[in-house]
Design a protein around this ligand. Structure first.
Ligand code: TRH
Length: 367
């Protein structure tokens, strides 16, 4: 089964982040044929994939043919399955050719924990032009498409965690001063901070400053410029380089607290199995807060930490007090255990790339 994936970079790195991860994984699926990924903006893509040359119209990487999506598209024969990520509007000329090829058209949606997702997942979307089209939803229950997870990911994480020299090497490669590296290896708290500008990050630093355990906050370049000015005696803030997506996971595996955002970094933080604070992409009429509540219903954090997650997403100063309570030794241990066991539970979900491939095979075989 061969694939085309269309990805429009709307904002940030999540659209291409999800598509690039999915593309690599589908290309690795047993029985997969050629896979072509069309992306309209290659510069953001190059930020998470430094091997990519943003000046090229076509290139091959990790078993994927990457094409710059610039219209008009060259006359190209569509593949068996055409995945339109996040309703990005497949070009009309390509859709016309899909009819000749009888391609299956998949609308891959954003990740949400809201209950309606189960009802809409895998529904056909009737097309006047006769093409077969269906919705495919990632999600947090077995009646959705599940979450992306590479084969052997958790084993790889555990092997990495069992070799502290790998963590030391990573920390040094991020340009941290040796004092901070040594402190972290000796048990200081490592906090990864990947958030939107509205997050109450200064409140996070104030809460950390009141905790007796020193901490190091790692902030990817460009995410929170100037935050280091708010560092305190035993709260160190370091801007770190933006890493390749393929090198991103160990940053989360080695952190005690992962503050993540959007879609793809959330899923990576889930597989890290550590306490995580999720900031959702802001939507009109606070729709993102309803999404947060729906996610909290799945129990990713202890009940006592729900207020902390809400405060992070509403940008309120309550976050400081919420985090201070969470860092108290018993509460912290409880959160750590909860995070690890919730992540283990998530392993029972469908793996998104595999479930998508199986779904397509089923439709194509039944004609
Ligand atoms: C910090 C960092 C991130 N990344 C990757 C991980 C992810 O694939 C990607 C970040 O994507 P996200 O975590 O989803 O967060 P984001 O905020 O960048 O993307 C968002 O974009 C909006 C348009 C969507 O509506 C949101 O749902 C969300 O996807 O960047 C690296 O590869 N290296 C890094 O150093």
């Amino acid at each position: 089964m061969s694939y085309d994936i269309f990805c429009r970079v709307v904002d940030n790195y999540g659209d291409i982040g999800v598509c690039w991860r999915l593309a690599r994984q589908l290309a690795d699926t047993p029985g997969a044929g050629p896979l072509r990924l069309w992306v309209d903006e290659l510069r953001s893509f190059a930020r998470i994939e430094p091997r990519l040359d943003p000046g090229l119209a076509a290139q091959s990487l990790a078993g994927v043919e990457v094409r710059h999506w610039a219209e008009p598209l060259p006359d190209t024969e569509p593949h068996d399955v055409v995945i339109e990520a996040f309703a990005c509007d497949t070009p009309a000329s390509f859709v016309a050719r899909m009819r000749q090829h009888r391609s299956l058209w998949i609308n891959l949606e954003y990740l949400s924990a809201e209950p309606w997702v189960e009802q809409c997942h895998a529904l056909p979307s009737l097309q006047a032009n006769g093409l077969r089209k269906a919705f495919f939803f990632p999600g947090f229950t077995s009646r959705t498409g599940g979450l992306l997870r590479e084969p052997g990911l958790l084993e790889e994480r555990n092997r990495w965690l069992a070799q502290p020299e790998l963590r030391a090497g990573l920390l040094r490669s991020l340009g941290l001063p040796s004092l901070a590296v040594q402190g972290l290896l000796d048990g200081w708290r490592q906090v990864f901070l990947f958030c939107y500008p509205e997050a109450p990050a200064e409140a996070l630093l104030r809460a950390l400053a009141r905790d007796p355990r020193p901490s190091v906050v790692l902030v990817p370049a460009g995410v929170r410029p100037g935050l280091a000015r708010h560092a305190a005696a035993h709260v160190h803030v370091h801007e770190i380089p933006f890493l390749a997506q393929t090198a991103f996971d160990p940053l989360l595996w080695g952190s005690d607290l992962n503050c993540v955002r959007g879609e793809d970094s959330l899923v990576r933080a889930i597989w890290a199995g550590r306490p995580l604070v999720w900031q959702l992409y802001r939507q009109e009429e606070n729709a993102h807060l309803a999404k947060l509540d729906a996610w909290l219903e799945h129990g990713p954090v202890p009940d006592a930490r729900r207020g902390l997650l809400r405060a992070w997403n509403t940008g309120t100063e309550d976050f400081e007090q919420e985090l201070e309570q969470a860092l108290a030794p018993d509460a912290w241990r409880q959160w750590q255990q909860h995070a690890a066991s919730w992540a283990r539970g998530m392993l029972a979900l469908p793996e998104l790339a595999g479930s998508l491939a199986a779904f397509c095979v089923e439709i194509l075989q039944t004609g």
